[in-house]
Design a protein around this ligand. Structure first.
Ligand code: NAG
Ligand code: NAG
Ligand code: NAG
Ligand code: NAG
Ligand code: NAG
Ligand code: NAG
Ligand code: NAG
Ligand code: NAG
Ligand code: NAG
Ligand code: NAG
Length: 466
């Protein structure tokens, strides 16, 4: 049963009234208020633990010893670990609660190019195996599990994974385990990652999984456009995640929202929800600006993204899934997007494939519904939309509103196994998206909020403001 739209809206408003810092607060910054008081009562510098910032000396022990020492301040307000100017080579190290890892402007943390410095750990239960190879996986450079109150920040200091060795091992097929992320936090709450540049991750760059209250703010993420699977930020089975003011240019999806893989994701059952993305700029030549999936078996809902600018990108918005995934993608709202030189504005892919093993249930069909995309302008767009649902599993209530694109291919829209509505879309949307949003179907569309400049939109507004 569907909650009546007005009631859902009231619930949404109530949720926003809570003082939760990661929620919308109506100010200029979505995550505002989440910017924590970063002054910790205690502070140490990595050089006090014997670290040498020459780019050659391996400092893994220094990081581990510093964090072990800082642990004694965890119940006294926590502590800051300062990394001064220099090039600090290290293997994987493990964070603790109530820690601020703070980089100087000219500090560069460099990932070791020896795979032995990235220990091997168990796969995530919602994946059942490593994402690219069966079995275990390398641990991320900066790692943490079961933590609270962790801040990774700096005055635009750099964390560089030196991923090209890993990309070569991937291309040569000499990896023994799935590649590591640059930063991974598991089952943690109250995480802030801000004011930093991340470069050349071996695999996905920032991976919060089974986390809540995560803020990624004012970061730059860079990797070559042809580097394999170097996603920017991948919120995975996590809730209350706010990503704001970021510039991301990588070899794969800039942001990919996930929640586990086929039968493992279904049985773990941990959704990804309340994800907010605000002011994202970037480029992904081979993949998407914002992707949902393809691993979405625990469900993804309540994704709100606005003020997006993508250029030289394959798909601006992409939802990818497959029979066997199960789960759902619903209540997605994307607004105010500007595109230049993009292959497809919106791509829905119902047959993405890629299964962890042969034990998936082909009858586990994903539910995809209530996807609203509005206020989009695009120049030099190849395909307006490639919208392909699943036969016998139609993607419902896909709503497109106020979209103006200059499109080079004909026909501009390619649609199958989808249903929904459109209004003020140029070039005119495919027939499956009926021009009947107002007055009859606006409540079927998720969260239309458009400016009230059009009288047709006003009609919706009046109902909303009771
Ligand atoms: C997640 O973290 C909490 C708090 O640290 C801990 O109590 C719980 O056991 C952890 N869950 C798992 C599955 O590790
Ligand atoms: C973003 O970070 C830079 C340094 O990395 C800082 O100068 C700037 O003020 C920050 N902006 C915001 C909005 O925090
Ligand atoms: C941080 O550094 C990156 C990489 O050098 C640069 O592109 C970005 O503009 C810098 N950010 C700020 C806020 O200065
Ligand atoms: C994979 O294992 C082999 C045999 O132990 C080893 O020589 C090789 O360096 C390993 N590859 C990587 C990328 O760690
Ligand atoms: C990011 O930098 C800005 C400007 O220096 C500062 O106001 C803000 O507190 C910083 N954020 C964090 C979490 O350090
Ligand atoms: C739309 O996004 C642009 C930047 O991409 C921003 O300048 C503008 O204020 C946004 N408009 C609204 C109505 O949010
Ligand atoms: C249009 O975009 C494509 C990439 O999608 C690019 O190759 C081409 O150069 C662009 N054309 C212009 C005129 O910018
Ligand atoms: C652009 O999209 C079309 C249709 O989905 C696809 O066949 C083609 O490979 C894409 N081009 C690039 C450069 O990704
Ligand atoms: C349509 O979207 C544009 C941005 O692409 C925005 O400036 C305009 O106000 C929107 N119009 C309506 C009626 O919402
Ligand atoms: C449109 O909405 C704005 C803010 O939501 C409001 O201030 C303005 O009065 C509205 N205009 C009309 C004609 O309803």
């Amino acid at each position: 049963m569907r909650i009546p739209f007005a009631l859902a809206d009231v619930l949404l408003v109530l949720a926003f009234l809570s003082p939760a810092p990661w929620a919308v607060n109506g100010g200029s910054s979505y995550c505002k208020g989440a910017t924590p008081d970063i002054s910790r009562p205690h502070s140490v510098t990595i050089t006090e633990f014997g670290a040498v910032g020459d780019g050659v000396t391996l400092n893994t022990k220094a990081f581990q010893n510093a964090i072990f020492y800082i642990n004694s301040f965890a119940d006294k307000g926590g502590a800051k670990l300062f990394v001064p100017a220099g090039r600090w080579l290290t293997g994987s190290f493990d964070l603790i609660s109530h820690l601020t890892l703070s980089l100087d402007e000219d500090a560069v943390i460099l990932g070791s190019t020896n795979s032995d410095d990235w220990p091997v750990v168990d796969p995530l239960p919602s994946y059942g195996r490593g994402r690219e190879l069966p079995g275990r996986r390398h641990r991320s450079l900066i790692y943490g599990s079961n933590l609270m109150d962790v801040i990774i920040t700096g005055n635009n200091g750099t964390i560089d994974g030196q991923g090209d060795v890993w990309w070569n091992w991937f291309h040569d097929k000499t990896l023994n385990y799935t590649r590591p992320h640059l930063v991974e936090l598991i089952n943690s709450t109250g995480v802030v990652i801000s004011n930093l540049t991340f470069r050349n991750s071996p695999f996905w760059t920032i991976h919060p999984v089974y986390c809540s209250q995560v803020v990624v703010q004012n970061v730059t993420i860079l990797a070559p456009l042809d580097s394999p699977n170097t996603d920017g930020v991948d919120p995975d089975s996590s809730s209350d995640v706010c990503i704001e003011d970021c510039y991301i240019s990588t070899g794969d999806d800039l942001i990919a929202i996930k929640s586990g893989w086929d039968e493992y994701g279904i049985s773990y059952g941990r959704p990804c929800k309340n994800i907010r993305i605000h002011r994202l700029v970037g480029q992904s030549r081979s993949s998407a600006g914002i992707a949902i999936g393809s691993e979405m078996s625990g469900g993804v809902s309540e994704v709100h993204a606005q003020d997006l600018h993508f250029f030289g990108t394959n798909s601006a918005i992409r939802i990818k899934t497959s029979p066997g995934r199960g789960g759902y993608v619903k209540n997605i709202h994307i607004a105010n997007m500007t595109l230049t030189n993009v292959n497809a504005t919106i791509r829905l892919t119902g047959h993405y494939g890629e299964h962890p093993d042969d034990d998936y249930d082909p009858n586990a069909l994903p539910v995809v519904e209530r996807i609203t995309i509005e206020n989009v302008r695009g120049d030099n767009i190849t395909h307006a939309g490639v919208l392909e649902g699943i036969e016998g599993d139609t993607f419902l209530d896909i709503c497109l509103l106020n979209i103006t694109l200059s499109v080079t291919s004909k026909p501009p829209w390619d649609c199958a196994h989808i249903a929904g509505y459109s209004d003020l879309v140029t070039p005119k949307a495919c027939k499956l998206l009926r021009e009947e949003i107002f007055p009859d179907h606006w409540s079927d569309c998720y969260n239309i909020y458009s400016q009230n400049s059009s009288s047709r939109l006003n009609r919706g507004k009046q109902w909303l403001s009771w």
